[in-house]
Design a binder for this molecule. Structure first.
Ligand code: DX5
Ligand code: ZN
Length: 226
């Protein structure tokens, strides 16, 4: 039986003037989880939104919210995110030393949240290996983190395959998420490579018919998932 694709709209691409309507519209269009990008202007050269906004998003969302933390000190905000009501927290492999990365993932799990680990394009899938025991999700960035609307990096496809192998070798389920430039032209490629969880920003929110578009993305993904 084919697996189910998780479609995760990235709220970075939504209309912030109408945040509540955007959240409800995305849920009505068939979104499975929300992807909330937090940027601090230090780990990445951009600033997005903070934890009060995430709390507001959770308060009007019927689906889980995943926080993608592109910040230098994610460990300082795990309790805040737990209180905000998020379902999962994803951090990057290189925000600090391996010991700090591990203790942060442990902190996320101890808070009762799902833990994700993300790789910038420059890192090899083998970076994920030491943390597979504690991760619920691997996030393979398919653009440089920091901005929406960038071009998909096709050279990340072998890394998605390698991440899938590491995930499948673990003794618990690990989801493989992709983020950056995902849309109609690319979702089949990443699904075929092993992704099951698809962050879609521009190609989700900047469409005329979100319901039809989400169904199409899901269909292409599921046709290509192994
Ligand atoms: C980029 C963010 C992405 C971004 C994706 O650093 O992590 O989540 O919103 O946007 P699109 O889908 O437009 O590439
Ligand atoms: Zn993201």
């Amino acid at each position: 039986m084919k697996n189910k694709a998780i479609i995760a709209p990235s709220l970075l691409a939504c209309d912030f003037l109408h945040l509540e309507d955007e959240v409800k519209s995305a849920v009505a269009a068939g979104a499975d989880i929300f992807h909330a990008d937090v940027m601090d202007g230090v780990y990445v050269p951009n600033i997005s939104f903070g934890f009060d906004i995430i709390k507001s998003i959770v308060s009007v969302s019927d689906i889980p919210v995943d926080a993608h933390l592109m910040i230098k000190k994610p460990y300082a905000y795990i309790d805040t995110l737990k209180k905000a009501g998020v379902w999962s927290v994803t951090v990057h492999s290189d925000f600090d030393t391996p010991d700090v990365v591990r203790s942060t993932l442990e902190q996320i799990k101890a808070a009762g949240l799902k833990a994700g680990l993300s790789l910038r394009p420059c890192f090899d899938a083998s970076e994920l290996d030491p943390y597979a025991d504690i991760c619920d999700m691997f996030l393979i960035m398919t653009v440089e983190p920091g901005f929406g609307g960038q071009k998909f990096m096709a050279d990340m496809l072998p890394k998605i395959k390698a991440a899938r192998l590491i995930a499948d070798a673990a003794d618990h389920p690990i989801s493989v998420q992709v983020d950056g430039g995902i849309g109609e032209a690319t979702i089949g490629l990443v699904a075929e490579a092993g992704a099951d969880n698809f962050v879609v920003g521009t190609a989700f929110f900047k469409t005329d018919d979100r319901l039809e578009n989400t169904a199409k993305l899901r269909r292409i993904a599921e046709e290509n998932m192994n």
